[in-house]
Design a protein around this ligand. Sequence first.
Ligand code: B1M
Length: 229
Amino acid sequence: MADDDDLDLRSLDDQELTEQMWDDLYDGLADEIVEATNILLERGWAPYRVLTEALVEGMRIVGIDFRDGILFVPEVLMAANSMKSGMNILRPLLAETGAPPQGKMVIGTVKGDIHDIGKNLVGMMLEGAGFEVIDLGINNPVEDYLAALEEHKPDILGMSALLTTTMPYMKVVIDTMKEQGIRDDFAVFVGGAPLNEEFAREVGADAYCRDAAVAVETAKEFMARKHNA
Ligand code: B1M
């Protein structure tokens, strides 16, 4: 039961509610994020719109104040956990059921890096597009990637890195794949805020994915080419 002085989220129009969600994400208020996510869905918002306009935009704002030293790790962690509460509601809605798998991707965040929101989002969106996704989680050494490639035999390996200090590890993984003679058995896609096309080319990846939507499009294009080959 809400206290009298609690803000009634339902009384806000869509724009006000979206802005309130940015504030609530900033303040790490998971319950409010869950409630507002449900309200927007009830109002007919597509899950992808809730994801991008409310949650991802809210996290972008958090990122700015984190960079500027206004927010610190504990606060950002609470914001991240609130974002995940909203994403948990959207995940099943984004996933199509019954569609034949379009392809398979193993995805994980590289060694030394514990950022996983972007990776999770990519995984969710790919599942939504009919891909089977095996998520290795965070902080993956090369051995974990290789074991997963061997076990799951995916079409695509996806790697995520959010730190300039961890992104070079992608080259370690790709070089090890080359050494073991398995590089050409898989497409390698990379993503994460500090990356760009040039970096992807330099480390020998097949594609740089700016965001989750690009990851889905690139994966679909790759599978179409593979099937036509
Ligand atoms: Co971190 N952190 N953080 N952090 N953190 C950044 C990345 C930073 C840019 C913040 C800043 O200074 N502005 C900065 C990095 C600076 C740099 O390297 N140049 C930074 C830092 C410094 C740190 C610590 C070192 C802080 C400290 O301890 N002093 C520390 C490092 C810990 C570690 O990893 N070893 C740290 C810790 C944390 C938290 C734990 C508090 C938390 C992570 C919680 C979690 O993920 N569970 C956190 C967060 C939340 C962030 C910011 C604020 C937000 C990241 C995020 O979730 N964005 C971030 C600031 C920023 O990025 N602007 C920051 C939302 C997400 C949807 O976007 O992850 O970019 P993104 O993913 C996108 C695309 O990049 C792409 O698609 C996604 C969806 O569209 N994509 C892929 C991502 N992965 C992909 C993989 C693919 C394809 C596409 O595979 C095919």
